[in-house]
Design a protein around this ligand. Structure first.
Ligand code: NDP
Ligand code: MG
Length: 378
């Protein structure tokens, strides 16, 4: 029987690669719905190709000239309705930003499995997602390449794990000085050496905030604070797991997001013919370096946030998202991104204590964005 799936953020980098996987394995999957934010032309064309009738647009005010014979769902409520009532077995959450939380919760409440690419959701609302999961039969399968790697490495041996070691490419500014980074323009930051991704995550890779978010993501997924980061420019080792006796397990393969996406869609089954196979002869001169917290303060901040948890990750994530967009709009410099995130956290630290319900965390998210915009104009 085919697995019935829905893809949120189908027009993006992850979404289109997921549809590539589906195209190669049409006998395994039936695509029941697709969503985008605004790009209806691309979504309509994907929907026609895959015979999908139900479509969602997260922008509630989007005007579509003619929707043909598609059934259209609008706004976040529309996405939640799509997830809840479409009879899917699994969703892939591949939207950017924190909007993914509402369809994710809706899926978990219906016992629908979630393949999660959208790390922001877990960083900001990890506690809520984990609580919902503990009352549900849904599975959460990580799609982020490092977390998919760790998920595969720890399966069946969670009690033996001593440490998780996330690999990071180091991004386009791995060898840049702080002075050079201070002058970096969006077009410099958008040139990622190994991965071809959406703009937001590409900027996050340049500041290494992407790895900062992944540290928190790993905490929620694997329940440990024993998390290291190593710089590995070639992105061939997708992460390591160190066991109690010191043994180091590595997950190896060419950088190709279709592999973790396919696993997220097919788990517990493994699909054939997903991406290019890696052979030991391909593993020449693999290098691993210590991360530099001076040039990449996002990493230092992540460890502070990991220590404190509570509302801190939600503030870090929301302030970062806002700052990344301000950088892309040319309103702030590259080094201002993490500087603003740190300042937002300091300011919020001085305010009244906060709880960790969904409502409180959404308020943290709103407040952090407001503060980030305000600090940028000072
Ligand atoms: P893209 O920017 O390529 O795509 C984003 C998708 O989300 C598009 O379908 C877009 O629709 C939609 N979208 C944009 N804004 C909103 C919004 N406000 N509300 C709802 N949907 C929106 O992103 P990526 O595919 O690169 O990344 C998606 C997620 O996956 C991110 O959370 C990222 O961190 C994570 N990820 C990505 C990796 C990658 O290789 N790309 C690797 C690991 C994780 P529209 O086209 O209409 O704008
Ligand atoms: Mg990653």
């Amino acid at each position: 029987m085919k697995r019935r799936i829905g893809i949120l953020g189908a027009t993006g980098s992850i979404g289109t690669q997921a549809l590539d996987v589906v195209e190669r394995h049409r006998d395994k999957f039936e695509v029941v719905f697709l969503t985008a934010h605004r790009n209806y032309e691309k979504l309509f064309s994907l929907a026609r190709k895959f015979g999908v009738k139900r479509l969602g647009f997260s922008d509630p005010s989007l005007e579509i000239p003619s929707s043909g014979d598609f059934e259209i769902f609008r706004g976040v409520e529309g996405l939640v309705e799509l997830v809840s009532n479409s009879g899917v077995d699994r969703i892939l959450v591949a939207t950017t930003g924190t909007v993914g939380i509402f369809p994710t919760i809706a899926a978990i409440r219906r016992g629908i499995d979630v393949a999660l690419a959208n790390k922001e959701t877990l960083v900001s609302f990890g506690k809520v997602v984990m609580e919902e999961l503990s009352n549900s039969k849904s599975m959460l399968i990580p799609v982020d390449s490092e977390h998919s790697a760790i998920f595969q490495l720890v399966e069946g041996r969670r009690d033996e794990v001593k440490r998780i070691i996330l690999t990071a490419s180091g991004g386009p500014f791995r060898t840049w000085t702080l002075q050079e980074m201070a002058r970096a323009r969006p077009e410099d930051a958008l040139k990622h050496p190994t991965w071809n991704m959406g703009k937001k995550i590409t900027i996050d890779s340049a500041t290494m905030m992407n790895k900062a978010l992944e540290i928190i993501e790993a905490y929620w997924l694997f329940g440990t604070k024993s998390i290291d980061v190593v710089i590995h420019p070639k992105s061939i080792v997708h992460s390591f797991v160190q066991l109690k006796d010191g043994v180091l397990l590595a997950h190896i393969g060419f950088p190709d997001m279709r592999i973790p996406i396919a696993y997220g869609l097919s788990y517990p089954e493994r699909l054939e013919d997903v991406g290019k196979e890696t052979h030991p002869y391909d593993l020449t001169a693999l290098e691993f370096e210590k991360p530099d917290f001076e040039r990449f303060p996002a990493l230092r901040l992540a460890y502070e946030v990991l220590e404190k948890m509570g509302w801190y990750p939600a503030a870090m994530n929301a302030a970062n998202e806002e700052s990344v967009y301000m950088f892309l709009e040319g309103k702030i410099g590259f080094l201002d991104i993490v500087r603003i995130v740190e300042e937002v956290i300091r300011k919020m630290d001085e305010e009244s204590p906060r709880d960790e319900t969904l409502r409180d965390l959404l308020e943290v998210d709103r407040r952090a964005r407001e503060l980030a915009r305000r600090i940028a104009t000072l």
